[in-house]
Write a protein that binds this ligand. Structure first.
Ligand code: ADP
Ligand code: MG
Length: 862
C-alpha cells in the first residue's frame, strides 16, 4: 500500500476533524487546500487548480491563496454559507524536527463571524441551536457573537411552529443534533437558507453558569449548552462578553406565522428580498445602527401587554410633540458609535486604539443625552434618562491614556498620551532627547564642514546616517566618517558617536512601543470588566433611538396615537403606510375599518385592481405598528390587541415557490384555522382562486362559515365570488363591504373607496381595457359577456362560470398590469375628463373657474 508524505498524513488527520469545512492549511506564505476541498474551492473562488505530487500515488489536486490576501477569500466562502478552518503552523519551522506542528486555531462559520466587513450594521448575525425532546417540545437558543446577545425560546406546538419562529430572522447558521430527522434538516435548509452544523455532545460547562441564571428549565439549558459548546469549539478564545440568556416567552408577543412575515413584507419585500418597500423601510428613522437592529427585532415581535405598549406610546408622544428637543436628541445620537458591537470586539480582543477612541467619544455623549431627555420635562422620558448609566471612570481612563488620533496598529506606538505612565515618559524623553541631539549634530556638522546640503536621515536598514552629495565629498575631513552606503548622487556615512546615540534612541523607542502595547492591553482588560454595563447602556440607547424614530416617522407621515379598547376596532381614514409613501403625491385614498362584537367578518368584494388587497394589508400593518409602539397611519384609531395574525395574500410569489397556488392557499388557510383564536386577526385574500370555480367557491364558503361559527377571529375576507355576498343573510357576524368603482363612458374608474354592501359588477373587462388589450379582443369579450348575461337571467349555473371567466380574465390582466405601470395615468386622465365635463361654467365665478382650471392642470402634470 502506497503511503502519503508525512505532511499529507498530517493534513489528512486534521481534515478528518473538519469534514464540513474548507481546511486552509498553512504552508509558508500560503494557505493550501487539497483533494476535494481544492477542486471545490478552485471553482467557488475562481482560482487555479494545480496538482501536488505525492510519492507513488496519483497527483493530489491542490489550490492555494496567499496568506496576506486570505481574508477576502474567507469572506467570499463564508458569505456563501461555507465554513473555513484556519490551520496554522504552531511551532517555528526552523526549530521543528520533522513536519512542523500544525493546528486549527479558528473555525470561521457564517454564524460566528466577528469581522465588521462581514457583518451588516443594520442587522443581527445570529447563530441558533435547536434541541428536541421526548415530550415533543423544541428549544431554540440564539446568539449574536458580535453583540453578545443570547435569547432562548421553548416551542411547544410542534415542528411547524419552529419554522414559523425562525423564519425571516437573520440566522446564518443552525447548530443541531445529528439525530434531527432528515426531513426537518431539509426544511431548515430550504425554508431558512441556513448553514447546518452538528454538535451532538452537549456538556454543561461551569464557565457558563453566570450566563444561565435565568434558566430554570433543563430543556432550555440543553439548547443553550449545545450552542455554547459549539461556539467554544469553533472560536477557541475568550467569550467574556456573552450576556446572560434572555428567555423569550413567545406567548408574550404577537405571533406572526411565516406566511404573514413574508406576505406583509415587514422587513423585506417578497420579490426583491430587499428592505426598500418594506414596512421597516418606512419606519426606520433611527440614527444609530443599534437602533436599526432593535427596530427590526421589535417588528418581529410586537407586544401584547397593554401597559408595555402604552409605555412606548407615551414616550413616542412626548418625543412627537417637541420637535426642537427631538432634533437635538437625534443629533446627539448620531455621535454615538455602535457600542454594542464595540463591546463585543473589546472582549473578543480585536479592538485597536481607534475603536477605544470611538468608545470614549460615544460615552462622552451620554451626559448630553441625559440632559436633552430631561429637557422634555415629561416623566416617561425622564425615566429613560435615569436608566442611562454614565461610566465616568471609563471616560476618565480613556481620556487620560489615549491620544485622540492613534494609528490603526496597536504595535507601533503613538497610542498613549504623555503623563499617563512614568516609565513610558522616561523612554520617550530618552528618545526625544536623542533626536534633539541628532538635530543639533546636523547643525554642528553643517557648520564644521561648510556643506549646506548635509543632512542626517534614517532608514530601517542602516539606521541614522549622514548624507553628503557627491559634489561636496571633497569638503569632508579624512577619517572622521565611515562610509556606509553609496547612492547615485550621494554617499552616506556614520560615526561611532552617531551610532551610540542611535542605539539609545532605538532602544528607548523599542521599549516604549512595547510598553505602549502592554498598557493598551491593560486598558482593554480594564474596560472588559465593564462590558455588562456597556451592553446595558447600548440597549437603552437603542431603545431611545427607536422611540425617537417612531416619533419622527409619525410626525412626518401624520400618524396618530391609537387607543386600545375592548371589543371594538375602528379606524378612521386609515392608510397603507408603504403604498402612500411610494405614491408620494397624496393620491392615496384613505378608508375606514370597523369591526366590533357584532361584526367579526368583513367580506370584501370589488373589481380587480380596486384596492381589496391593499385594504387588508393596511389593517394588518396598522395593527403591527400599534403593537410595536408606533403611531398609526390614520386620522383616528381604536384598536384591539391581537394575539396572532394570519394571512393568505398574494398570488404572484406562489408561482415562484413551485408549489401549486391552490396547495399554498390551502396550507395557509389551514394554518390559520388550526391556530387562530378569537383574539386573532385573519386575512384571507381571494381564497379558492387557484382551483375550478365550484371547488373554490365551495371551499371559500366553508372556510368563512367555519371561522364564523368556531373561531370568532376578526377576519377580512376578499372574494371575487359574488355569490358569497349572500352569506350576510345567514351569518350574523358577517358584513359585506365593497370597493367602489364607477363606470364612466365605458371605462371603469377606480375610486379605491370602501363602502358598505356588496359590489354589483366584476368590471373584469374594463380592467382589460385599461391594460391596453387589443380593441377587437375587448369587443369580442364584451359580446360574449352580454350573451352570457342574456342567457343567464334564469339564474342558471352559467352565471357562475361567466363570473369566473371574467375574474380569470381580470386576474390575467392584473398580472400583466404589474409589468406596465401606466394604469395610473390612464386612470387619472379619465377622472380629469370626467371632472371637466361636470364643471358648470355658468355657475362659477371667474376666480372659481380659474382655481378649478389650475387644479386640473396640476393633475394633468402629475
Ligand atoms: P385588488 O386586490 O382589489 O385587486 P389591490 O389592492 O391590489 O387591488 O390594488 C391595486 C392597486 O390600486 C394598488 O397597487 C394601488 O396602487 C392602488 N390602490 C389600492 N388601494 C388604493 C387606495 N386606497 N388609494 C390609492 N390607490 C390605491
Ligand atoms: Mg388583490
Amino acid at each position: 500500500m502506497a503511503k502519503y508524505t508525512p505532511m499529507m498524513e498530517q493534513y489528512l488527520k486534521i481534515k478528518a476533524d473538519y469534514k464540513d469545512a474548507f481546511l486552509f492549511f498553512r504552508l509558508g506564505d500560503f494557505y493550501e487546500m487539497f483533494f476535494d476541498d481544492a477542486i471545490h474551492a478552485a471553482r467557488e473562488l475562481e482560482i487555479t487548480l494545480t496538482k501536488r505530487d505525492s510519492s507513488q500515488k496519483e497527483p493530489i489536486p491542490m489550490c492555494g491563496v496567499p496568506y496576506h490576501a486570505a481574508a477576502n477569500y474567507i469572506k467570499n466562502l463564508v458569505e456563501k454559507g461555507y465554513k473555513v478552518a484556519i490551520c496554522e503552523q504552531v511551532e517555528d519551522p526552523k526549530s521543528a524536527k520533522g513536519v512542523v506542528k500544525r493546528e486549527v486555531v479558528q473555525l470561521i462559520t457564517p454564524g460566528t463571524v466577528m469581522e465588521s466587513s462581514m457583518l451588516s450594521d443594520q442587522e443581527n448575525n445570529y447563530i441558533a441551536s435547536l434541541s428536541h425532546f421526548q415530550d415533543g417540545t423544541y428549544a431554540i437558543a440564539y446568539n449574536d457573537l458580535s453583540t453578545g446577545e443570547n435569547n432562548i425560546a421553548l416551542i411547544k406546538n410542534g415542528w411547524d411552529a419552529v419554522i414559523h419562529e425562525l423564519y425571516n430572522q437573520p440566522i446564518k447558521e443552525m447548530v443541531i443534533d445529528s439525530n434531527l430527522s432528515s426531513d426537518s434538516q431539509q426544511d431548515l435548509v430550504d425554508k431558512l437558507h441556513v448553514t447546518l452544523s452538528y454538535q451532538d455532545e452537549v456538556n454543561f460547562n461551569a464557565e457558563f453558569r453566570s450566563l444561565c441564571n435565568n434558566l430554570n428549565d433543563e430543556r432550555l439549558m440543553k439548547a443553550f449548552s449545545r450552542l455554547l459548546n459549539y461556539i467554544q469549539h469553533t472560536q477557541k478564545r475568550s467569550l467574556d462578553h456573552l450576556q446572560p440568556a434572555n428567555v423569550i416567552e413567545l406567548n408574550d408577543f404577537l405571533s406572526l406565522d411565516m406566511y404573514s412575515k413574508r406576505n406583509l413584507e415587514l422587513t423585506e419585500t417578497i420579490l426583491k428580498k430587499g428592505k426598500h418597500g418594506s414596512l421597516l423601510w418606512v419606519l426606520d428613522r433611527s440614527v444609530t445602527a443599534m437602533g436599526s437592529r432593535t427596530l427590526k427585532k421589535w417588528l418581529e415581535r410586537p407586544l401584547l401587554n397593554k401597559q408595555q405598549i402604552k409605555d412606548r406610546h407615551d414616550v413616542v408622544e412626548g418625543f412627537y410633540k417637541r420637535f426642537i428637543e427631538r432634533d437635538a436628541l437625534r443629533e446627539t445620537l448620531k455621535s454615538i458609535y455602535d457600542l454594542e458591537r464595540l463591546a463585543g470586539r473589546i472582549s473578543f480582543g480585536n479592538v485597536n486604539a481607534r475603536d477605544l477612541i470611538q468608545l470614549k467619544q460615544s460615552l462622552k455623549q451620554i451626559p448630553e443625552l441625559k440632559d436633552i431627555l430631561n429637557q422634555f420635562d415629561f416623566n416617561p422620558i425622564r425615566r429613560l434618562s435615569s436608566n442611562l448609566g454614565y461610566p465616568k471612570h471609563l471616560v476618565q481612563l480613556l481620556e487620560e491614556s489615549l491620544l485622540e488620533d492613534p494609528p490603526i496598529s496597536i504595535k507601533e506606538g503613538s497610542i498613549m498620551k504623555d503623563g499617563y505612565n512614568e516609565t513610558l515618559d522616561k523612554y520617550r524623553d530618552a528618545s526625544r532627547n536623542g533626536k534633539k541631539w541628532i538635530t543639533e549634530l546636523e547643525k554642528r556638522e553643517k557648520e564644521e564642514t561648510h556643506i549646506k546640503s548635509l543632512k542626517i536621515g534614517y532608514n530601517r536598514v542602516f539606521g541614522y546616517y549622514i548624507e553628503v552629495t557627491r559634489a561636496n565629498l571633497h569638503l569632508l575631513p579624512e577619517n572622521k566618517y565611515e562610509r556606509k552606503q553609496t547612492l547615485t548622487n550621494a554617499e552616506r556615512f556614520i560615526t561611532p558617536e552617531l551610532k551610540e546615540k542611535e542605539q539609545l534612541i532605538l532602544e528607548a523607542e523599542e521599549k516604549s512601543v512595547a510598553l505602549e502595547y502592554d498598557l493598551f492591553i491593560e486598558i482593554r482588560e480594564q474596560i472588559k470588566q465593564h462590558i455588562p454595563q456597556l451592553q446595558h447602556l447600548a440597549e437603552m440607547v437603542s431603545e431611545i433611538d427607536v422611540l425617537q424614530a417612531f416619533a419622527t416617522v409619525s410626525e412626518e407621515n401624520n400618524y396618530k396615537r391609537p387607543r386600545f379598547v375592548e371589543n371594538k376596532l375602528s379606524i378612521k381614514n386609515g392608510r397603507h403606510p408603504v403604498i402612500e409613501k411610494v405614491m408620494k403625491d397624496d393620491s392615496f385614498v384613505p378608508n375606514n375599518v370597523s369591526l366590533d362584537q357584532d361584526t367579526n367578518i368583513l367580506l370584501i368584494t370589488g373589481p380587480n385592481m380596486s384596492g381589496k388587497s391593499t385594504y387588508m394589508r393596511q389593517l394588518a400593518l396598522t395593527v403591527i405598528m400599534g403593537q410595536i409602539g408606533c403611531f398609526v397611519p390614520c386620522d383616528e384609531a381604536d384598536l384591539l390587541i391581537f394575539d396572532q395574525i394570519f394571512t393568505r395574500i398574494g398570488a404572484a410569489d406562489d408561482l415562484v415557490s413551485g408549489q401549486s397556488t391552490f396547495m399554498v392557499e390551502m396550507l395557509e388557510a389551514n394554518h390559520a384555522i388550526a391556530n387562530a383564536t378569537d383574539k386573532s386577526l385573519i386575512l384571507l385574500d381571494e381564497i379558492g382562486r387557484g382551483t375550478s370555480t365550484y371547488d373554490g367557491m365551495a371551499l371559500a364558503q366553508a372556510i368563512v362559515e367555519y371561522i364564523h361559527d368556531n373561531i370568532h377571529a376578526k377576519t377580512l375576507f376578499s372574494t371575487h365570488y359574488h355569490e358569497l355576498t349572500s352569506l350576510e343573510d345567514s351569518l350574523d357576524q358577517l358584513k359585506n363591504i365593497h370597493v367602489r368603482a364607477e363606470e364612466y363612458e365605458g371605462n371603469v374608474v377606480f375610486l379605491h373607496q370602501i363602502k358598505d354592501g356588496a359590489a354589483d359588477e366584476s368590471y373584469g373587462i374594463h380592467v382589460a381595457k385599461l391594460a391596453d388589450l387589443p380593441q377587437p379582443l375587448i369587443e369580442r369579450a364584451t359580446t360574449i359577456l352580454n350573451q352570457l348575461e342574456g342567457s343567464d337571467k334564469a339564474q342558471t349555473t352559467t352565471e357562475k362560470e361567466n363570473k369566473a371567466e371574467s375574474a380569470q380574465l381580470a386576474f390575467f390582466v392584473e398580472e400583466n398590469q404589474k409589468k406596465q405601470p401606466n394604469e395610473k395615468t390612464t386612470n387619472s386622465e379619465v377622472k380629469i375628463i370626467q371632472d371637466l365635463k361636470k364643471m358648470n361654467l355658468f355657475e362659477m365665478t371667474p376666480m372659481e373657474a380659474m382655481n378649478e382650471l389650475y387644479r386640473l392642470q396640476k393633475d394633468v402634470k402629475k
